[in-house]
Design a protein around this ligand. Sequence first.
Ligand code: NAI
Length: 333
Amino acid sequence: MSEPITVVVTGAAGQIAYSLLYMISRGEVFGKQQRINLHLLDIPPMMGVLEGVVMELGDCALPLLNKVVPTSDPAVAFKDAAAAFMVGAMPRKEGMERKDLLSANVKIFKVQGEALDKFARKDVKVLVVGNPANTNAIICSHYAPSIPKENFTAMTRLDQNRAKYQIASKLGLPVDAVKNVIIWGNHSSTQYPDAKHAVVTVNGASKSAWDAIGDAAYLQGDFISTVQKRGAAVISARKMSSAMSAAKAACDHMHDWWNGTPAGEFVSMGVVSDGSYGMPKDIVFSFPVEIRDKKWSIVQGLSIDDFSKGKLDITAKELLEEKDEAMAVCNQD
Ligand code: NAI
């Protein structure tokens, strides 16, 4: 067993955290030999609920759990953090405009960015889940200037997993027979799920998913809209937003960042753009990445046809607008 590391989960009394905390504490992200100090951040009115979650974590009798610290103080939560799952955000309320939601949530990420800057390890790995995830990640990074920008990422892994599942079920294959589906851009309805570079394994042989499905109209139509609208479909059926699948995706994202991606395989993460594929710099854009030694790099040289370029431009435009709105909100204070 190695020395414990501090892992922060914000929004710890919420529904995603309820699944996520168990998965992290079971060793599914950092390994079965890594003990964990779990720092749980939520807002003061949720401290009672959080106490119940802490009781349950204790009652799970998890050997890797060294210490659990529930708190509403970001200074306590982010102290010595090696990894942070930023799930906490205000949910959209009835009658609330998208702009109001953005404004409320980016302020949270400004405050938490400042706390990360002061109290976390300089190599902390930050995964933003709370929406608008990409824009919250750029704000969080902006207010934590002593931590490298590469350490701030946003979650599009749920979208990737959804896309993977759609392809697998279309072909009647297990999900692990599908790899290299890409989510480009924003974690919003403008995201571009791209199957052009996806590979499937059928009877032991690898082939292009595009050729295996053999239906361009589907792959450029229903496939994309199903993935884009999957979150809304879950809400409509469950009357609550995706939580178990979001928690699993957060674990997948951090697991791969911590442990690396297998050779020949890439995953999608919202990362700070360096201008790859002609996208604007300094927004958090979801790209295909490979990970070695806990560092991601954007996969280069994938062919982008006119259809894909059009989709990339739409989602980039939305991210630029969101960033401008978010910076304006933060500069008001
Ligand atoms: P939830 O409403 O059940 O839980 C959110 C928790 O965050 C609540 O306990 C709330 O008190 C807490 N919170 C609010 N402000 C906070 C602050 N300043 N500091 C710490 N905690 C704070 O919501 P749920 O279902 O757990 O979702 C959380 C977020 O994740 C939402 O923004 C949701 O839109 C987003 N999400 C993102 C996905 C992605 O793929 N990137 C997928 C699914 C959800």
